[in-house]
Design a protein around this ligand. Sequence first.
Ligand SMILES: *[C@@H]1O[C@H](CO)[C@@H](O)[C@H](O)[C@H]1NC(C)=O
Ligand SMILES: *[C@@H]1O[C@H](CO)[C@@H](O)[C@H](O)[C@H]1NC(C)=O
Ligand SMILES: *[C@@H]1O[C@H](CO)[C@@H](O)[C@H](O)[C@H]1NC(C)=O
Ligand SMILES: *[C@@H]1O[C@H](CO)[C@@H](O)[C@H](O)[C@H]1NC(C)=O
Ligand SMILES: *[C@@H]1O[C@H](CO)[C@@H](O)[C@H](O)[C@H]1NC(C)=O
Length: 318
Amino acid sequence: MGILSQLSVIHLLWAAMVFCQYEDYDFEDEYEEPDHQQPYYFNPNTQAEVPRFPFPFECARECFCPPAFPLSMYCDHRKLKTIPNIPSHVQQLYLQNNDIEAVPAGPFTNVTFIREINLSHNKIKSHLIDHDVFAKLSNLVQLHLQHNELEEFPFPVPSSLERLLLGFNKISQLPGNGLEGLPNITMLDLCNNFLDDSVLKGKPFSNMKNLMQLNLCNNKLQTMPPDLPSSLMYLSLENNSISYIPENYFNRLPKIIALRMSHNNLQNIPRNTFNLPNLTELNLGHNKLKEVFYIPRSLQHLYIEGNDIESMLMVVTL
Ligand SMILES: *[C@@H]1O[C@H](CO)[C@@H](O)[C@H](O)[C@H]1NC(C)=O
Ligand SMILES: *[C@@H]1O[C@H](CO)[C@@H](O)[C@H](O)[C@H]1NC(C)=O
Ligand SMILES: *[C@@H]1O[C@H](CO)[C@@H](O)[C@H](O)[C@H]1NC(C)=O
Ligand SMILES: *[C@@H]1O[C@H](CO)[C@@H](O)[C@H](O)[C@H]1NC(C)=O
Ligand SMILES: *[C@@H]1O[C@H](CO)[C@@H](O)[C@H](O)[C@H]1NC(C)=O
């Protein structure tokens, strides 16, 4: 028995332990970083930032502005068909779960300080979004547009943006260089759209120098997105049709912590692919893997169920 295979046996025990720990893995959960559960700016006591406004704060008739959170306006779950006029002091606007189809500029006329808009679970269509309506909101850091009827990326968006959620739409195109002016974006969610390899030609993500999390699950990609920024830590590509990982693909992504690629067509992975010092979660379930590959010692959660690999012996630590 060669040294390498003895090592494999030793590491099998370790890998098996890793596999057991995997039980707490929840396929459905989002990669929300704990820090972002309560965004740092979501602080009702930030009135210092707001110029003097006459009390009481205005509130749209259709909405609720809780006295304890005077900078937030809640208009969610109200069967609204249009966006109400937004008072100028509002920083957080909750419009999720309505029947809104259009985003015209009118209601945003007086808005200056807005930092967060939740328009998820509506019926917004790309051609009914006024050009520049979002781009003008120069303090916007978080925009939720998931579960709408968007066919295109809602370009242009303001360069202040840090988190953009576009999952569960019908987006099949990304603006050629439209994603360039987003230096501060840390999280981009494009899961559950109609993206295929044609969108990757323009290398849409390469200029997002602070991007930490990119979600592209449930699309129609056949290749790994090229030129991802080296800041990336969480990459979600599950349920596409990706058949290979190019040699040295992750060399330029040394910070990867979690990689989710279940439900693809991966067959052979170059052995040293996952030479990633900080990788703690690797999900390769439901592919067509046959051969040995190395996993780093940092790994805590490994999922390789539903492959042709017959035994955990095949996985060896790096
Ligand atoms: C903007 O502010 C002006 C002056 O307070 C007000 O008359 C107007 O109705 C506001 N527009 C919107 C869309 O809120
Ligand atoms: C936005 O709305 C969705 C419902 O569509 C909700 O799950 C989410 O917590 C909201 N997020 C924020 C930051 O308001
Ligand atoms: C990006 O973030 C930095 C630090 O928070 C901030 O100073 C800068 O103004 C932001 N850039 C834009 C375009 O908002
Ligand atoms: C994979 O994505 C398709 C849409 O592209 C969806 O219908 C299907 O339910 C997804 N499958 C899994 C296992 O998530
Ligand atoms: C890995 O994580 C450690 C601790 O968080 C950090 O100091 C180090 O820079 C990370 N390595 C890379 C390549 O990102």
